[in-house]
Every structure is written in C-alpha cells, then in structure tokens.
Ligand binder design. Structure first.
Ligand SMILES: Cc1cc2nc3c(=O)[nH]c(=O)nc-3n(C[C@H](O)[C@H](O)[C@H](O)COP(=O)(O)OP(=O)(O)OC[C@H]3O[C@@H](n4cnc5c(N)ncnc54)[C@H](O)[C@@H]3O)c2cc1C
Ligand code: SF4
Length: 330
C-alpha cells in the first residue's frame, strides 16, 4: 500500500489554516494525527490533492479542564491525572480508543471527525475493485442497502458520545469567524455516512469546551468491540448521572457505533428527571433505547446482536453510576 502524491501545507495559525482550507475547498483535507486519514489514503479512499496539516498551529495544542484544544493528543489527556479524575467517563472513552501507540499521535479533533466505517469501504483498493466499489468511494450503489441511494456507514468515534452526555460544546473557526455548537450538533442526523457533519467549507474545529455541569455529574463509557485493545466500537454507550438522594437530577445517555452519527436519547431519559432511579426504571429505559435503534449489517458483529447489546450496555452503565442492581428484561 502506498500514498498517492499530495501537496502538504503547514499553516502556523488558525487564520492561515482557515484560509488554506477555504482556498482549496473540496480538493483538500485537514491532517491532524493522521491515524485515520493516512490509512484511508493508503487504501486510496477519497484521496485529495492538498493536505492542510495542523501540527504547527500551537494555539490548538493546549488544554485545561474547561477547554481542550483540537490538536491535543489523546495520550496527553490520558496522562493528565486531574483530567481523568474530573471526567471519568471521558477518560474511559479515551482509554478505549485504538492502542497506546495510536493514542500517542491521535488528536481530539481528529477523533470527532473520524471517517464513518463500513466493511465494504474499509478495504484495499483491490478488494473494492473486485466488488465494484460503492457510493462512498468510486461507485454508484450501496452494498448494504442496495435498494436505497444512501450510505449507511457507521459513526465509530469513541469521544463524541462521551462528550455528548457532558453537554460539551465545540468551537469552530471559519471564514466568517468563530462559532460554538453543542458537540452532537456537529453531526447531521438527516445526512448519511458520506455527508456526516455540519462543518462548512473552510471550517476547522479548534476546541472542545466543557461546562461547569460536566464537573458535577458522574459519567461512564462502555464499549463493545472484538479485540479489546485495538478495534473501533461495534457499540459505545456513554451515560452521565446526577442524583439528589435516589432521585434523578440529570441523566443523559448517548451511543456511537450504531448509526451514521452519534445519538443522544433524551426522549427516554427526560421523563425520569425528579423520579427515583429504581431497578425497574433502569430496565425499562435500557429496553426503550434498545428498541429505538436500527443498526445495519456493515460492521463485524450482526445487527441483531449489537441491538440486543444496547440494552445490556445501558443497564450496566446505569448500574455502575447509581449502585442500583437491575434485572435484564425478559
Ligand atoms: C488500528 C487503529 C485502531 C483505531 N481504533 C479506534 C477506536 O477504537 N476508536 C476511535 O474512535 N478511533 C479509532 N481509530 C481512528 C483514529 O485513530 C482516532 O479516531 C483518532 O482520534 C483520529 O485522530 P487523528 O488526529 O489521527 O485524526 P486524522 O486522521 O488526522 O483526521 C481524521 C479526520 O478528521 C479531520 N480533522 C482532523 N482534525 C480536524 C479539525 N481540527 N477540524 C476539522 N476536521 C479535522 C481530518 O480531515 C480527517 O477527515 C483507530 C485507528 C487505527 C489506525
Ligand atoms: S453503507 Fe453502503 S455506500 Fe456506505 S460505505 Fe457501506 S457499502 Fe458503501
């Protein structure tokens, strides 16, 4: 496997990076740690002529408990004991990404924008050539749902659900200045596995912002994958909980690895606010969330199994956060 030729640009400031990204438009990609982009380029997946590398933009590399620069390496956050103690769920999610070697290069911004995955897409050029390609790269049909002209590639980042349940925001720099959005609003629920986020041309994620409330809640992240120290999530469940005695003050649950975007389940958690978090309530909410999701057959584990595991992982996450022991639904 080899890289096709590209032109590398190395801006020294966010302003320069935005200008280059705007100038080259769809002919360029941003390069952060390169742990997702470059393996994809080696497989000749949607290669661009220009790469705008963010490695020299010093302002993107600092982090505090309130603000994490987009170019902060996952390994740096892992080694930060105050960070781990303050955001246990987020720290769990970071520790579950790939391998320690990958996390030494991988960045927070790159993790939020990681390419969606599908076993018909994440294959060598020769493998795809023998099948005839697909909508997401070089082809004109979807092998997963051939009757639809839509891509179902799965959002497989670990951090987005964990940040979503903490109500984190992201700061975005673009040609018209800075804007801030809730982290899950970065993703396009009405889009597909190709057009998966709401970043406009020339826009760059510059930081993640964590609100005061993120430091008050308990949080956790549970990941289903095949090899425990390597694989992308087949399912990732993040949960945060704030209890007033046994009553729920705040509860959020989000999932990755199921659809084309990370998803929060407020419609099921909101009715529990003010009510006690009982074993029955945990079992019921786990069951409701499980029934609402529709994974497709484009990752390694069968969709039915991943769906059933949603209930198991939600239940385990809530048991861990509340100390309440629940029963699996019949
Ligand atoms: C063996 C292996 C296992 C892996 N396992 C996992 C896993 O379990 N979980 C997981 O989540 N990931 C996994 N990954 C994918 C990847 O390593 C991580 O998601 C990583 O955090 C990506 O960060 P990066 O800095 O390397 O991104 P890059 O590869 O540099 O970029 C990824 C994408 O984000 C875009 N991008 C980067 N920074 C910005 C920015 N600031 N603003 C806008 N767009 C940006 C790039 O243009 C590109 O499209 C794995 C990778 C490998 C090689
Ligand atoms: S879901 Fe379909 S279009 Fe998308 S990557 Fe897989 S095969 Fe290709």
């Amino acid at each position: 496997m080899h890289l096709d030729p590209f032109e590398l640009h190395r801006p020294a400031s966010v302003g320069e990076a935005v200008e280059l990204t705007r100038k080259f438009g769809p002919a360029c990609d941003l390069l952060a740690g390169g742990t997702d982009l470059l393996p994809n380029y080696k497989m000749h997946l949607n290669v661009k002529r220009h790469l705008v590398a963010l490695g020299d933009v010093a302002e993107l590399r600092t982090h505090s408990l309130e603000r994490i620069g987009a170019m902060t390496r996952l390994g740096e956050l892992e080694r930060d004991t105050a960070f781990r103690a303050t955001y246990p769920g987020l720290a769990e999610a970071i520790g579950e990404v790939a391998t320690p070697l990958v996390r030494a290069s991988a960045t927070v911004g790159g993790n939020l924008l990681v390419e969606t995955r599908c076993f018909f897409f994440n294959q060598s050029y020769f493998w795809r050539d023998s099948l005839g390609y697909c909508l997401k790269a070089d082809g004109d049909r979807c092998h997963v749902v051939p009757q639809k002209e839509r891509c179902y590639a799965t959002f497989s980042g670990d951090l987005a659900p964990a940040l979503g349940v903490l109500n984190a925001s992201i700061e975005i720099a673009g040609p018209t200045g800075l804007r801030t959005v809730n982290v899950l609003d970065l993703y396009d629920a009405a889009g597909d596995g190709i057009r998966r986020h709401h970043l406009a041309e020339g826009e760059i994620v510059t930081a993640i912002l964590l609100p005061d409330s993120a430091r008050r809640v308990r949080s956790t992240y549970r990941k289903l994958r095949i090899r425990p120290t390597f694989d992308f999530p087949e399912l990732g469940i993040a949960a945060s909980l704030d209890l007033d005695g046994s009553r729920v003050r705040a509860l959020a649950i989000a999932a990755g690895g199921l659809e084309t975007y990370p998803k929060r389940f407020d419609e099921f958690t909101a009715p529990l606010v003010g009510a006690p978090l009982t074993a029955e309530a945990i079992t019921a909410i786990a069951d409701q969330i499980m029934r609402s999701v529709r994974p497709v057959y484009n990752t390694f584990l069968a969709p039915d199994y991943r769906k059933r595991m949603v209930a198991v992982y939600v239940r385990r996450a809530l048991e861990h956060l509340s100390g309440v022991r629940a029963e699996a639904a019949g």
